[in-house]
Structures are given as structure tokens and as C-alpha cells.
Design a protein around this ligand. Structure first.
Ligand code: SF4
Length: 223
């Protein structure tokens, strides 16, 4: 028996060729998108990603330069200690908990991974403070894995456009990895995040200057 509806085969109301066209346009508009967190090594990105949970990238980028001057390796971070670390990150939301996790995570890196950030999902997820989304951001940004870490922007944009019709981030991730052509999956995460952050905004999408507004399936476009 066939359980899938016909629209679900292609991405809910959007033709396969239109999905390809959307990412072709994202590519032409920004061929080399990158994460907006500042970093210069796997460890510094991991710290920035942990700090960015429920905080803005701009807020994180304000504190990391001085933090990384003081500690940009697991050894230096453990030596810095939780109380000192809090002083560097106290403008970031949930900083008490994040400081605790960063110290525990740095110790785990030293004890289990010889101080190196692991390059696979399970090992990354085993680190304190590192969930599935953060682990996938690391895999995509550092090692170029074709994975899509679904955050609030991607969830909203993908459902508005009609790339998927989903009710939670995990289902969204599975659906996006199914419908987005593999050739675009290196950068799909960044393109969708940036589109959600600057164009397809939560409260009022700027549809009039959206480069894919002719392909988008959203019924309430703001044109
Ligand atoms: S047309 Fe509007 S709703 Fe559709 S993707 Fe663009 S900004 Fe978002």
C-alpha cells in the first residue's frame, strides 16, 4: 500500500525543478556562504556554537575575541576555569550553564579525544553542551558533511516556502535532506539560515526583495 501522498514525494506543493532553481539562485547570489560566528579552528567554532544557543551570533562575536585571547584550546580553557570563564561570557544568555558545559566539554576532549574535536556525530554529541544541531553545524562547517542542522530560521523558511510541511526540527531535517539535491547540501544550511535571518524574517518576511519569491509557495506573501 502507498502511504505517501503525491505532494510529499517532491516536497509539498513545490516541483522538484523549482527546488533546484531556488538553490541555484541562492548560489548565484552568494556562492560561498559561511557561518556568521567568528572562529579560526574546530575548537573555537565549537565554543562559539555552544555559546550561540538561544543567543545571537553578534552577541557571541562580541565576547569571543577576548575569550580566545585568554583560552583557545581545551588545555587553556580548563586552566582558565569556570569562574574566570564566566567573566568573559557574562553578557551571553544562560552563561552560567554554558560556562559549566564548556569546562566539562574541554575536559572530555582532553580525556577522550586527545584534545582534538572529533569529526563524527556520535562523538560530538557525547560532549557536554553539544546537542544534535550543534554537532551538525560542526560537521557541515568544519568537515563539509552534507547535513542540514535545522534551527528556528530553517524550520520557518522551509515550511513557508513549501520545501516541506513538518512539525518539528528532526522531521524537517529528514525531509530537507531528502528533497534538496545533494549538490546543494554543502551550503543549504547557511543559505536557509541567512535567508531566514535577513529576508524571510519571522514577523514580516521581505517578500518584495526575495530572490525566490516567484518560486515560493507561501500563501501570505508580503509583496
Ligand atoms: S517570498 Fe516571502 S515567504 Fe517566500 S521565501 Fe521569500 S521572503 Fe519568505
Amino acid at each position: 500500500m502507498l502511504y505517501l501522498s503525491i505532494p510529499s514525494l517532491l516536497g509539498y506543493g513545490m516541483k522538484k525543478e523549482n527546488i533546484d532553481l531556488i538553490f541555484q539562485r541562492f548560489f548565484e547570489n552568494k556562492p560561498h556562504p559561511r557561518i556568521e560566528l567568528d572562529y579560526y579552528s574546530p575548537y573555537t567554532l565549537l565554543i562559539a556554537v555552544v555559546l550561540s544557543a538561544q543567543s545571537t551570533d553578534k552577541g557571541v562575536n562580541r565576547v569571543t575575541p577576548t575569550l580566545f585571547e585568554a583560552a583557545d584550546t581545551p588545555v587553556a580553557m580548563v586552566a582558565l576555569g569556570e569562574d574566570q570563564l564566566k567573566q568573559y561570557i557574562k553578557t551571553i544568555g544562560l552563561y552560567n550553564n554554558k560556562a559549566k558545559n564548556i569546562i566539562a566539554m574541554s575536559k572530555a576532549l582532553l580525556e577522550k579525544f586527545a584534545g582534538e574535536v572529533p569529526d563524527n556525530l556520535n562523538d560530538l554529541k557525547s560532549l557536554p553542551g553539544v546537542g544534535s544541531k550543534s554537532a551538525k553545524v560542526m560537521l557541515n562547517c568544519i568537515w563539509g558533511h552534507k547535513v542540514i542542522a535545522v534551527d528556528t530560521h530553517i524550520f520557518r523558511v522551509a515550511n513557508r516556502m513549501g520545501l516541506c510541511r513538518t512539525t518539528n526540527p528532526l522531521k524537517t531535517e529528514i525531509e530537507l535532506e531528502r528533497v534538496i539535491p545533494k549538490k546543494w547540501q554543502d551550503h543549504a544550511h547557511h543559505w536557509l539560515v541567512l535567508h531566514g535571518r535577513y529576508v524571510c524574517k519571522a514577523r514580516k518576511p521581505v517578500c518584495a526583495r526575495c530572490i525566490v519569491n516567484d518560486l515560493c509557495c507561501y500563501k501570505d506573501k508580503n509583496l
